[in-house]
Ligand binder design. Structure first.
Ligand code: NAD
Length: 335
């Protein structure tokens, strides 16, 4: 069978990872990536052998920089079956008309509103609902991390209420412009934060509320998760459920921080030290007066990457069973 043709519009933190993960699959391939300027990231994409597409007005600049573009972004979109839009949050919506005109399917990321695509996706929670859809939004790193644990725990024990506090990394490691570098910033101060409501775009019946703050780190987010459960269970029962999830990794063995998790990712030779799984501290899983508590760390740069691959597979109907797609994606990228 011919491979599905995938274009990545916006080759930044998420886009470059999605491109490599798609290229690792046997049922889809990258036909092009887009960059606005011929900078160092474009040079790397060129070295990696990706066809680069650029805004028509900037094609000459790419030629001059020694990395001739294969065409305009519009031309790239025309050639694709699915465009994965990884432009910065808020920019993606302006591309919708372009995708509609070209008659291509499109995936947006968590920085866009749910309404833009009309379907918010997380592979373990609602893969099957995305079968054949034209537009899908892969939810943000934090929402993905929450859905991956809430969905199976709700299925096993029933969730009455979730409360989560998110300590968010200030920005990504390559970003020299944002902070804070010496402060803890409640963000937003008005509660709840958008993260809880965003989980409901994927699993609407979950009762959830959230608070978030930004902290001076770039490595990962850290969630303190508290769930009021319907059915009685022990911490061991919960560990069994979480342990059965291929995209949840237990951490222990002296790992006491996000820094050590990233060190593990480096040591196991993950590309770009990516940790695609939720990292749950096994010893933190606690039941207290019928309520569940645990800590999990989320690698913001990479957690949504396998979800984008699964979303493509569902939209192109390359696999009707979400569990099978998850395993296929995992195997191809080495998860
Ligand atoms: P980024 O800034 O790292 O990358 C965006 C890329 O798009 C850059 O290469 C930029 O040059 C390019 N770009 C800008 N305008 C463009 C245009 N008009 N056409 C084509 N390319 C354009 O951003 P990111 O962190 O990769 O975020 C992308 C999306 O993923 C956002 O919706 C964001 O909310 C979401 N997301 C980000 C993270 C994260 O932690 N970085 C995690 C999950 C989801």
């Amino acid at each position: 069978m011919a491979k599905a043709k995938i274009a990545v519009n916006g080759y930044g933190t998420i886009g470059k990872r999605v491109a490599d993960a798609v290229q690792a699959q046997d049922d889809m391939e990258i036909i092009g990536i887009s960059k606005t300027k011929p900078n160092y990231e474009a040079a790397v994409a060129h070295q990696l052998g990706y066809d680069i597409y650029a805004p028509a007005a900037n094609l000459e600049a790419f030629e001059k920089a020694g990395m001739p573009a294969a065409g305009s972004i519009e031309e790239m979109v025309e050639k694709a079956d699915v465009v994965v839009d990884c432009t910065p949050g808020g920019i993606g919506k302006s591309n919708k008309a372009l995708y509609e005109e070209a008659g291509v399917k499109a995936i947006w990321q968590g920085g866009e509103d749910h309404e833009l695509a009309g379907y918010s996706f997380n592979a373990v929670s609602n893969y099957e609902g995305a079968l054949g859809l034209d537009f899908v939004r892969v939810v943000s790193c934090n929402t993905t991390g929450l859905c991956r644990v809430i969905y199976p725990i709700d299925k096993a024990f029933g969730v009455k209420k979730v409360r989560v506090t998110l300590a968010r990394r200030a920005t990504d490691p390559n970003d020299i412009k944002k902070g804070p570098i010496n402060a803890i910033v409640p963000d937003p101060i008005k509660l709840p934060s958008h993260h809880g409501p965003d989980v409901k775009t994927v699993i609407p019946h979950i009762n959830i509320t959230s608070a978030a703050m930004k902290i001076p780190t770039t490595l990962m987010h850290l969630h303190t998760v508290n769930m009021d459960l319907k059915n009685e269970c022990t911490a061991e029962d919960v560990r069994k459920v979480l342990g059965s999830q291929s995209r949840v990794r237990f951490v222990g063995q002296g790992i006491s921080s996000t820094a050590e998790i990233i060190e593990v990712a480096r040591d196991i030779k993950r590309p770009r030290n990516d940790m695609w799984e939720n990292c749950v501290w096994q010893d933190s899983v606690t039941m207290h007066e019928g309520e569940l508590y645990f800590f999990q760390a989320i690698h913001q740069e990479s957690i949504v990457v396998p979800e984008n691959v699964d979303a493509i597979r569902a939209m192109m109907e390359l696999e009707s069973d979400g569990a099978k797609s998850i395993l296929k994606t995992n195997k191809a990228i080495g998860l």
